[in-house]
Design a protein around this ligand. Structure first.
Ligand code: HAM
Length: 439
């Protein structure tokens, strides 16, 4: 009996046998997560961890009943007490729930959270689109200043720069307040009405349920109508307009290039004013590396205090895929420094002691545990790319000397077992003076 992985999800392995799946190797995820954590810290964001599932209503209320996520994509189930629960399809609503539930506004006027979490959406699986994906997200609560918008966008832009990503486009738009959107929705429907029967079936459906989403339709049938559609920016009130101008000005002062994209509306209902998305032309149809915006009404709508907020989510799968496609500098997989291969029981006892001593010195040492033929031990050494190998048999125990083989160069050094530990420490220090072999 063979079990298969469920559709639309993937394993992250130390090494994936398929070269096309290199983006699923754990050392790349650890590297990316490390850079993310460091950067979030530099910008003053602190980590929040919320559960994998929440009550279903939290998501329907916040994301919106006319959205694809709520309509088609949620993993919803009843627990044994018949409560409706949903696997987290996105990170904002759970953070708001935690913020409200714990009365965190009493603690401080501003909160800046970040998270790295798996998200679950029942989507049509295709390249770049998964049923479990991972997001680095930030949620900044309490500031209505345009600097807050600019800070979060700057953070994401800096992340991509630090990772060495190139040729990215920052799309920026403002969708104003509820009143502006209401007026714009009306204008958009009036404009589209005469062409309704020529629009794609999906857009025809959205005409009633969520007309703004017609603007970001990728269907070729819709393009010529969407291109000429009215701009939401023309419906903003003066406060929204000034806010947007200030966001743009701050991004200008930071030297961050952007494009005003009148078609950018985002797929979740909670946004107001600034919205943004960063795309890569390396990714094909699913080209959004990250996106977000301001959501000033959401906390109140969920029963909390009336506080402004801004946040984004960025897909880790797509970031790693772009890094590989653009051949950015990537770390090597983690490897052990030394593998002892004992031949026989007495040698095993001795090697086990040696390995423990080396680990006390923070040297990554292992003893072969295949316990079978030398060939198997060497296969293990090869596949894990260990730096040094020492075979210890009866003869070595008798003489107290071993051959230490450097696997990369094939160089062999004859050493007394006593000198082995200082020798390894020395050579690792020479290789990497800062870390003294400890990573
Ligand atoms: P979102 O645009 O739905 O926003 O998702 C954010 C990012 O997650 C996308 O830009 C993309 O990189 C990645 N992503 C989304 N769905 C998938 C998928 N099925 N497979 C692979 N990657 C995916 C949100 O979720 C908002 N909560 C962002 C936010 C936070 N807004 C304010 N705060």
């Amino acid at each position: 009996m063979h079990y298969h992985i469920a559709k639309g999800v993937f394993d992250i392995l130390p090494q994936d046998p398929d070269p096309q799946s290199a983006w699923k190797e754990s050392h790349l995820w650890q590297y990316l997560e490390g850079v993310v954590r460091e950067l979030a810290k530099e910008f003053g964001f602190r980590e929040i961890r919320t559960p994998l599932f929440e009550t279903t209503e939290l998501f329907t209320r916040s994301i919106g009943t006319g959205t694809d996520i709520v309509n088609k994509e949620m993993y919803t189930f009843l627990d044994k007490a018949e409560r409706s629960l949903t696997l987290r399809p996105e990170g904002t609503a759970p953070v708001m729930r935690a913020f409200i539930e714990k009365n965190l506004e009493q603690q401080s006027p501003i909160h800046k959270f970040f998270y790295i979490n798996p998200m679950f959406r029942y989507e049509r699986s295709q390249a770049g689109r998964y049923r479990q994906h991972h997001q680095f997200g930030v949620e900044a609560i309490g500031s209505a200043l345009p600097y807050q918008d600019a800070e979060a966008i700057h953070l994401l832009w800096t992340l991509y720069n630090r990772l060495g990503l190139k040729e990215l486009t920052l799309h920026l738009n403002s969708i104003g307040d509820q009143e502006a959107r209401q007026q714009f929705k009306h204008a958009l429907k009036m404009y589209l009405r005469p062409h309704l029967s020529e629009l794609s079936p999906e857009s025809q459906e959205r005409y009633e349920t969520n007309p703004l989403r017609i603007l970001d339709s990728k269907d070729s049938q819709d393009q010529k109508y969407v291109r000429e559609a009215p701009h939401i920016m023309d419906y903003l009130n003066p406060v929204s307009s000034v806010h947007f101008e200030q966001v743009c000005k701050t991004l200008d002062s930071l030297g961050i290039p952007y494009q005003i994209n009148h078609r950018l509306v985002r797929g979740l209902d909670y946004y107001n004013n600034t919205v943004f998305e960063i795309t890569s032309n390396e990714l094909g149809a699913q080209n959004s590396l990250g996106g977000g915006g301001r959501y000033d009404g959401l906390i109140k709508q969920l029963g909390g205090p009336d506080l402004p907020a801004f946040g984004f989510g960025a897909g880790l799968e797509r970031i790693i895929q772009t890094m590989l496609a653009q051949k950015t500098a990537l770390p090597e997989p983690e490897r052990s420094d030394l593998l002892f291969i004992p031949l026989g029981d007495e040698a095993a006892v001795h090697c086990f002691q040696l390995v423990c001593r080396l680990r006390e010195q923070h040297i990554k040492a292992e003893m072969d545990l295949t316990g079978k033929k030398l060939k198997n031990a060497l296969r293990y050494a090869d596949s894990t790319k260990v730096r040094y190998v020492a075979v210890v048999g009866e003869n070595e125990l008798k003489t107290g000397e071993v051959d230490l083989k450097e696997m990369e160069t094939g160089t062999i050094r004859h050493l007394s077992l006593d000198k082995l530990v200082p020798h390894i420490i020395n050579s690792l220090q020479l290789r990497n003076p800062q870390s003294s072999g400890v990573e």
